[in-house]
Design a protein around this ligand. Structure first.
Ligand code: SF4
Length: 332
């Protein structure tokens, strides 16, 4: 399978008044052509910073990004500003949680779609306008011929998110990064937007990185899931394996905290107690230790690394997966 993105030992540090926040701490993953990979975790786990650093959108300073991000074989971290602008317009697209903050309120939706086409694809204004209408149709906006001339405030929340998708995909990028694309929407519209993304992916062959705090959203949408906690990947694998056979207590906690289709009527949702650790001084051992109800003595001083577990490509970083786990394992 063709890999379009390969991330190795990605680290992002932010200098703040109290020290250095280690927001991303040595993350490795890849994305294949036409695949959807979800990066999941609570807010502050480093998923959005990871996504933004793929497009070099993390402001530097204060951030320092190290490691390697290879996109279509080329190192993103050594690209110039101008090269990145080109890549962002043409090769990578991004959609955000709140389209109102990323759409320009003073330009029509059509203008916002055609801008990129004229700039990056050298299209004439009329060809770009025809493509804009086609894109609005593809994302399911009714009457695209007249809607193309309207402004963002004339669209509903769900329509604005569809328009954002149309803008991001107009130049047919190889990679779309969707950062909490449905969080601000109600459940029915969420499902519609995820359906639009899936349809377009099939039609255009785009790879998608879906960033979300809600594991419920990824069940039908993602091929693989990467679970992040305290700036690190703690589990990754095929979506089916993550849902059926989670191997990290944090993943199990995330699954218990969201509604599932197979959930019994009276089964309560259980939030994960406690808060993530301070990433100015991350703990030496397992960062989930203080919140983990399965913690053992080994967990407090020793940080587990990702190891292969049951399932193809399935890995988890938890001492419970060590062959000697349970033997003399007292509670922490
Ligand atoms: Fe819990 Fe220990 Fe596994 Fe960390 S390593 S998640 S503390 S059991």
């Amino acid at each position: 399978m063709e890999r379009i993105l390969e991330v190795n030992d990605l680290r992002v540090n932010f200098k703040v008044r109290g020290g250095t926040v280690q927001a991303v701490r040595g993350v490795n993953f890849h994305v294949n052509k036409g695949e959807t990979v979800a990066i999941v975790g609570e807010s502050g786990c480093g998923k959005s910073v990871t996504a933004q650093s793929l497009m070099r959108l993390v402001p530097s300073p204060p951030a320092v990004t190290t490691g390697s991000i290879r996109f279509k074989g080329e190192e993103i971290l050594s690209k110039s500003k101008r090269e990145m602008e080109n890549i962002r317009g043409k090769e990578m697209g991004m959609i955000f949680q709140d389209p109102m903050t990323s759409l320009n309120p003073t330009l029509t939706i059509g203008k916002q779609i055609t801008e990129g086409l004229v700039k990056h694809q050298n299209m004439s204004e009329s060809a770009a306008k025809a493509r804009a209408v086609e894109m609005l149709k593809l994302v399911g906006i009714p009457n695209p011929e007249s809607r193309v001339n309207q402004y963002p405030h004339e669209f509903s929340g769900g329509m604005r998110q569809r328009a954002m998708i149309a803008i991001a995909l107009a130049c047919n990028p190889s990679l779309l990064i969707a950062d909490e694309p449905t969080t601000a929407l109600d459940v029915t519209v969420q499902a519609q937007i995820m359906g639009v993304l899936k349809d377009l992916q099939t039609k255009l062959g785009t790879s998608i990185i879906l960033i979300t705090h809600d594991l419920g959203v990824v069940a039908d949408a993602a091929d693989r899931v990467i679970v992040m906690y305290a700036g690190k990947v703690v589990e990754s694998g095929k979506t089916r394996d993550i849902f059926k056979n989670p191997k990290h207590p944090y993943t199990r906690g995330l699954l218990r905290s969201v509604p599932r289709l197979d959930q019994k009527k009276d089964e309560p949702l259980i939030p994960i107690f406690g808060t993530p650790p301070d990433l100015i001084k991350p703990p030496a051992g397992c960062a989930f230790c203080a919140r983990c109800d399965e913690a053992m003595r080994v967990c407090l001083p020793n940080d587990p690394v990702l190891v292969p577990v049951e399932g193809e490509g399935h890995t988890a970083a938890c001492w419970l997966n060590h062959p000697l786990a349970g033997e003399g394992g007292e509670s922490a």
